[in-house]
Design a protein around this ligand. Structure first.
Ligand code: NCD
Length: 309
């Protein structure tokens, strides 16, 4: 495996292999000396054309824990701001010795373009492309669910509810694909104007309202960030209406099973899609998600660059 562009690149066996090597990486992260030499001499470039805190930092720490040299490039400081295209940037980074490029880009399909048009032979990891996919986020979410429910990578019988701005969410899209692959029942709900077409073909059952969806008694509920930056000016958005209908408020917490988990990819808009009470509820796994993200990114880098097929 050379690139990770989409969850569609993964067979079920490959996904399970990545999750189990993420568990091994978590064990490394609990040691006093948290490093492995597997990527010594390799160079990983984080090329981010959108803001990011946890994804960029966790890719950086992940690569460093494996011994790679890491360079961070953000669009503000690269020639992108002078109009250099993705092809020239990719070829420049490869000429400088990049073995892998971790790309976050506002355009859906950017990582595919970089990896598949014959521009470069470095590995490409999609760290979020527009509203398309965010495969390492789905892997870290699956790892979180797997751990919490001790599911042995078989999610049969687990119901996952995804709530909110489905239209703009690459997190939701990658999660639908991976959760289905692992056998979970995936349900979703969100405002009609933020509901894309085609989700039922992805094996997702849609509910009209959050309260109806909560009646399905999900084992995990994933709240999505409201992606205001991706909304067209013509989508009338009212924060107070959204909060009333779609937020995991403190009142709604009572509808969740005691053993359910609450998830959010971050960054959270507290008071909008998620209340403070929900973010800090004992069922919240938000910080476990962040920790698992580090392990997943170590596993992915190791698989792509560490000599395994
Ligand atoms: C997500 C992203 O950027 O796609 N965040 C993340 O990677 N942790 C989700 C979001 O920004 O809504």
């Amino acid at each position: 495996m050379k690139n990770l562009l989409s969850i569609r690149d993964l067979s079920k066996d490959k996904a399970i292999e990545l999750l189990s090597s993420s568990n091994e990486m978590s064990a490394v992260n609990r040691r006093a000396i948290k490093t492995l030499p597997t990527l010594r001499g390799k160079t990983v470039v984080n090329l981010f054309y959108e803001n990011s805190t946890r994804t960029r930092i966790s890719f950086e720490i992940a690569a460093k824990r494996l011994g790679a040299d890491v360079i961070n490039v953000s669009s503000e400081v690269s020639s992108a701001s002078k109009g250099e295209g993705l092809k020239d940037t990719a070829q420049t980074l490869e000429a400088l010795g990049a073995d892998a490029i971790v790309l976050r880009h506002p355009m859906s399909g950017a990582a595919h373009a970089m990896a598949t048009r014959g521009w470069i032979s470095s590995s490409v990891i999609n760290a979020g492309d527009g509203r398309h996919e965010h495969p390492t986020q789905a892997l870290l979410d699956a790892l979180t669910i797997n751990r919490h429910f001790d599911a042995g990578c078989d999610f049969t019988g687990l119901k996952v509810l995804i709530v909110g701005d489905l239209l703009h969410s690459r997190v939701a899209r990658s999660n639908f694909l991976l959760l289905n692959l692992l056998g979970a029942t995936v349900i979703a709900t969100g405002p009609k104007e933020l509901m894309p077409t085609g989700f039922s073909e992805m094996g997702v059952t849609l509910y009209e309202g959050l309260d109806q969806a909560l009646e399905q008694k999900p084992d995990a509920i994933m709240m999505l960030r409201v992606q205001k930056e991706r909304m067209q000016a013509d989508v009338a958005f009212s924060a107070s209406n959204y909060q009333r209908s779609w937020s995991l408020t403190e009142e709604r917490l009572g509808q969740l099973k005691p053993a359910s988990v609450i998830m959010h990819p971050g960054p959270m808009n507290r008071g909008l899609e998620i209340s403070n009470g929900a973010a800090e509820d004992s069922r919240s796994q938000v910080l476990e998600q962040v920790q698992n993200g580090l392990a997943v990114r170590m596993a992915v880098l190791h698989h792509l660059l560490g000599g395994q097929s």
